[in-house]
Design a protein around this ligand. Structure first.
Ligand code: MN
Ligand code: MN
Length: 323
């Protein structure tokens, strides 16, 4: 542990409803320099095809994240003691120009990566993951562990539009950002547009674990397979909040009945331990469709679970370097 690491505001000194709203009540900083993990908002929903509002996600997740405390109650992880973490603010976005929005997100993310920090971001709709991957996978394709109700590997919408929150992973594979044989999608369910909708993804080698398979096999077995697919190589983790059931996370753009409980989702994220994570995001929290902040709280909770896993990885790597 280093005493120079940033610490959250102490809730025994300043109550959780007071003070500046930042992720996990950490300091807001202007740059990711010196950080191990950069918490960053990407308030952009230019790829949304139905219910908009994920642009408001980062602000409300910051608000609900004031409920996160210092210690993980299962693993005992103290993320702020073993990793230097802060809120680097929101990336620059453009709400009225999709292509410029993608460009801004990519360059903002590239700046964070240049500092050496691992980005843990909050969207935004799921299209934000494409420009994030453009920055992260510039040198080599990465693997993907993808929690979602949807495969997000469709091709075109509204005529010939290639960029929506239903297409990011098709584009990412075409652009060589993802190794499709190292992609696993977990929680896929719901009605689809046509019978062969997932054929393209499967032909690429993507492993789709439908919700029904998750229910019959359980989290331990599914995540053991996910870790095998990641193969101990650099892997990105993307968590679409609509993977959780709408009864627990109604505030999202494309709700699908029959989803994970928040508890199942937490369990799966804990089972990511050992996967070399190069970045992660929580997307599709749409506060205008939320009730009492419950979806933003679920998002903040998943963010904390991811943070604990990544902080442990940072700590282990630091120990290896010191030996
Ligand atoms: Mn998605
Ligand atoms: Mn989805």
């Amino acid at each position: 542990m280093s005493s120079s690491f940033f610490q959250p505001v102490d809730a025994a000194e300043v109550p959780r409803f007071a003070g500046h709203s930042t992720f996990m009540r950490l300091p807001a900083v202007n740059s990711a320099k010196g950080l191990d993990i950069a918490l960053v908002g990407i308030p952009w929903d230019g790829g949304t095809t139905n219910r908009a509002g994920a642009r408001h996600g980062p602000r409300e997740v910051r608000n609900q994240s004031s409920l996160m405390r210092r210690v993980h109650h299962v693993s005992g992880t103290e993320p702020f003691s073993i990793a230097n973490v802060a809120d680097v603010g929101d990336l620059s976005v453009n709400p009225i120009d999709l292509m410029d929005g993608l460009h801004r997100i990519e360059s903002g993310m590239a700046e964070i990566l240049a500092s050496g920090a691992i980005p843990l971001s909050v969207g935004g709709d799921h299209l934000i993951t494409l420009p994030v991957l453009r920055a992260i996978a510039k040198e080599r394709p990465v693997g993907l562990i993808h929690f979602d109700a949807h495969s997000d590997t469709n091709d075109r919408y509204f005529g010939d539009n290639p960029y929506t929150h239903g297409t990011p992973f098709r584009r990412a594979i075409e652009e060589g950002l993802l190794d499709p044989r190292r992609i696993v999608q977990i929680g896929i369910r719901g009605s689809i547009y046509e019978p062969g909708e997932h054929d393209w993804a499967k032909q690429q080698g993507i492993r789709i674990i439908y919700m029904e398979e998750f229910v019959s096999r359980g989290a331990e077995a599914v995540m053991r397979e996910a870790r095998e697919i990641a193969g101990g190589l650099p892997t990105y983790v993307t968590f679409d909040i609509d993977s959780i059931d709408p009864s627990m996370a109604p505030g999202t753009g494309t709700p699908e009945a029959g989803g994970f409980t928040t508890r199942e989702a937490q369990q799966m994220i804990r089972l990511l331990a050992g996967v070399p994570i190069v970045g992660a995001d929580v997307v599709e929290v749409s506060p205008p469709f939320d009730l009492a902040g419950m979806t933003a709280l679920a998002g903040a909770t998943m963010m904390f679970e991811l943070l604990c896993v990544i902080a442990r990885q940072v700590d282990e790597q630091r120990r290896v370097k010191q030996v």
